[in-house]
Design a protein around this ligand. Sequence first.
Ligand SMILES: [Zn+2]
Length: 379
Amino acid sequence: MKKYNSSEIKKLNMKNILRILHINNPISRKDIVKLTDLRPSSVTRLTRELIEKGYIYEEGIYEDNAPGRKKILLNINKEAFISLIVDVGVNETIIGFGYFNGYVEILKKILTPKDPEEFFYEIKKFYMKYKKIKNIKILSFSIPGLVDVEKNIILLAPNLGWKNVNIEQFLKLDIPILADNEANLSVIAEKYHAKDLKNISNIVFVEIREGIGTGIIINNQLYRGFSYSGGEFGHTVINMNSKEQCHCSRQGCWEQYGSILNVIKNYEGIIEGKDPIEKFENLKRQPNAKKTLLNWAENNAIGMANIINALNPEALIIGGELSDMPIYFYEYLIKKIRENSLPFSSKKTIIRPTIFKKYNSNLVGACIFSINKHIEEIK
Ligand SMILES: [Zn+2]
């Protein structure tokens, strides 16, 4: 076991307190003592240092049972650390600021240039512009595909047509760069902000867009797989008799039946829209689309039940384009997921739509990813 000297122990304790504050805030010093087993005097000293460094601040809260008396709680200073976050979408890319309290501010939406060189040139221009406004410490990307998170290489983003795109070859910046798969980031975001997931450590986030991605947290750790392709449930076969080939070269993949491209194709009617996302937006508002949407829900229920049977998660969260559907859709989908999965596996599983609107889960996830990285590297 590694031996730590006193200054290293102090650093570890400070980081630990910051992580606790990110899970429970606002919080009293007394509750930090309870959660860490540190001595009250150590908590006082460490939190004083965190206040001096600008990471946290004190706020006075009036207590119901002691009128007139204020209780001092600690909270996170939003401006202590700011990242520039980029949600790369197949059609549209969203750029924003990510703050130290896990909240984001959307700055700009652009059409995604299909050529990576052109894309990163645009991003660099925004970075140069926004760094004049805020002290940006990290640039963090959400990617609709597989990412080597150690080397910042986009291994494959099929719907963008990008393969082996080395981000740092295009972007030579004076700050660190992070990138991860969008569903991985969504599951981190949901875990961070959703109150019902605070004490839950096994979660799957299913993100349905032009493709299907899943983000998996097992025992409170993000599971990326051995070579970053874990969670590709979209390419498990749900129809052996299919003759249509998926872009992965198999036939009958869940993605072929569950992505928004499938429901658009099966809708018997004319839908307006410049791209699949816009078409899907219009489709779900059509009064006569209910039958098509419910058939599509059944396809997705099979894929999601397979996940539940394989992983037995405590929570299955449904997001991406499925984050803003009519109530009848969720009721039917959830009923079908439960019918299709083993009762032992799904009996106690929370199954619900995400707390986020649309792509905010990707953006917020990119923000949380950069916060975690920053805390890890505090000196
Ligand atoms: Zn496939």
